[in-house]
Design a protein around this ligand. Structure first.
Ligand SMILES: [Zn+2]
Length: 301
């Protein structure tokens, strides 16, 4: 962090938002920020290549930050949506349980009706017993009575089962109601968080887009096209990458020592032979102060 002590005290005095702070910092550094002239004497070719690479890497850094913001803003709405869907699903299940209780109660009523019917029949059969003429009729009526008694037992069993099921459903409903309530609580928090993030990031994005315009104007048309072409063809949006641990920062393929040396010499703009991204060395990356600006903004948050 190359913040001067002056900047530090100034920062402490300011109780403004992070965004304002960032804007102030950027204004102070702006001229150095985009094309920082080297102290070392350079030949014109090297000077020109360094300047191009610094401008490209600056643009990339700004775009990466904008991408990051948009991803954050994109993920939270999805989370909120998922939660809303989940709650919707739980409510549907709750309604199904309630309907099922209604069905069970209807069934119980019909079983009770069945019991009534069987009892009436039994009474009728018992009256008939008085009018019997022979043993066979007597046996037959007794069988009918026995049958209706079994029917009653069966209905009673079904009623017990239905009542047990209703009890279980009522328990499930209680649990479900609690689950819905707690999910709704989380949803409320997430929605508030989302609103806050949208508000925050919109400010930050606006500021970054201003920076981007400036960075964009510092780049030759030829490289603008190359940048857009590479950026749109790769998944992570990185068109300009730093060499990290001897590998391409975009696709992580090893960069041969000879090519690394050429990149360090800044005689021409070189690309990763595996993914086609433009490569920069630490020397270039360190010149792009925008990274530092974001890093310090992040730790302050
Ligand atoms: Zn690569």
């Amino acid at each position: 962090m190359a913040k001067t002590s002056k900047a530090n005290t100034k920062e402490k005095k300011e109780k403004k938002s992070t965004i304002t702070k960032k804007q102030n910092q950027s204004n102070e550094k702006e001229s150095k920020l985009l094309v920082k002239e080297s102290e070392e004497p350079l030949d014109p070719v090297e000077k020109s290549v360094i300047s191009k690479l610094v401008n490209l890497y600056t643009l990339q850094s700004i775009d990466s930050q904008i991408d990051k913001i948009r991803i954050i803003r994109g993920e939270l709405p999805l989370e909120v949506q998922d939660l809303q869907d989940e709650i919707e699903g739980l409510k549907t299940r709750l309604n199904n349980y309630i309907d099922e209780i209604g069905e069970k109660e209807k069934s119980i009523a019909s079983y009770k009706h069945g019991i009534e019917q069987s009892r009436l029949l039994i009474e009728k059969y018992k009256e008939n017993l008085n009018k019997i003429r022979n043993n066979r009729e007597y046996e037959s009526i007794l069988k009918e009575i026995e049958y209706q008694e079994l029917e009653i037992e069966l209905y009673e069993k079904k009623i017990r089962e239905a009542k047990a099921k209703i009890e279980q459903l009522k328990n499930d409903i209680e649990k479900l109601k609690k689950e819905i309530a707690s999910k709704e609580e989380i949803l409320k928090e997430k929605e508030a968080e989302l609103q806050e993030i949208v508000k925050e990031t919109e400010k930050e994005e606006k500021y970054l887009l201003q920076l981007r315009e400036e960075a964009w104007n510092n780049i030759d048309d030829r490289y603008k096209k190359a940048y857009q072409r590479i950026r749109s063809s790769v998944k992570n949006g990185l068109a300009i990458v730093k060499i990290e641990r001897d590998a391409c920062g975009g696709c992580f393929s090893k960069i041969p020592p000879q090519q690394q040396l050429e990149i360090k010499m800044h005689k021409k703009i070189l690309i990763c032979e595996y993914c086609g991204r433009i490569l920069v060395d630490d020397y270039i990356a360190e010149k792009v102060k925008i990274n530092e600006l974001f890093a310090s903004a992040d730790t302050e948050n």
